[in-house]
Write a protein that binds this ligand. Structure first.
Ligand code: DX5
Ligand code: ZN
Length: 218
């Protein structure tokens, strides 16, 4: 059970300090948004490169961008431990997933809430992680979409059949009150932005979330 705090809810003027505050987490989740795939703009490769130089933990890049076939491999080449693209935006997801692995990253593929899993299950051999979005991508602090839990369970079942070390990540509205349902459905990597950086102690929030998820180990 791994926790990946999203720095989207951190203080952007002090990102090194904010990464240090969650050094007990498994990953630092970095949301790259391009104002095309989602209606919000955050940061890109130069900032990710700077974060990689100072982060005490590996970086989990969530690319909410158009044309990931063109842009995603550079994040892997820069040293991100995990790079996740959106399948809705990818022209050739299989080829892209292989490229990410070849560049040394874990390959992740994300699904928006309206995107079904079944048509993409055949991509699993080339993936290290599937991200089931539990909010509409674009902003932190939104309400958890419980109707995505059946999809989490479907992905978990496909992963179980496939075998290997493929992780199932949830992102959006994950908090102390929703993480257990996610874990029970089959998630094992949990992104949390506002629930971590909105807490009095970010590190304590990470530990608390991990302990809640661990009650539902599968
Ligand atoms: C939303 C981002 C999330 C966001 C989650 O599009 O992908 O990573 O930071 O924020 P919370 O945990 O506040 O819903
Ligand atoms: Zn994200």
């Amino acid at each position: 059970m791994q926790i990946s705090p999203s720095i989207l809810s951190a203080d952007f003027a002090n990102l090194q300090r904010e990464l240090d505050a969650v050094a007990n987490a498994d990953w630092a989740h970095v949301d790259v948004m391009d104002n095309h795939f989602v209606p919000n703009l955050t940061l890109g490769l130069p900032v990710v490169e700077a974060l990689l130089r100072v982060s005490p933990i590996p970086i989990d890049c969530h690319l909410m961008i158009a044309d990931p076939d063109r842009w995603a491999p550079a994040y892997a080449e820069a040293g991100a431990g995990s790079v996740t693209f959106h399948v809705e935006a990818a022209a050739d997801p299989k080829r892209l997933a292989r490229q990410l692995r070849a560049a040394g990253a874990r390959s992740g593929m994300a699904l928006k809430p309206a995107t079904p899993w079944a048509p993409y299950a055949e991509l699993l051999p080339d993936l290290d992680m599937v991200l089931v979005m539990t909010v509409e991508p674009g902003f932190g602090g939104q309400s958890f979409l419980a109707d995505q839990l059946p999809k989490v369970a479907q992905v978990r079942e496909s992963v179980r059949r496939q075998g290997g070390q493929i992780w199932v990540q949830v992102d959006g509205g994950v908090s102390a009150s929703t993480i257990e349902a996610c874990a029970e459905a089959g998630a094992d990597v949990f992104v949390a932005g506002s629930a971590v950086y909105g807490a009095a102690s970010a590190a304590d929030a990470v530990d608390q979330l991990r302990a809640l998820a661990a009650r539902h180990r599968h």
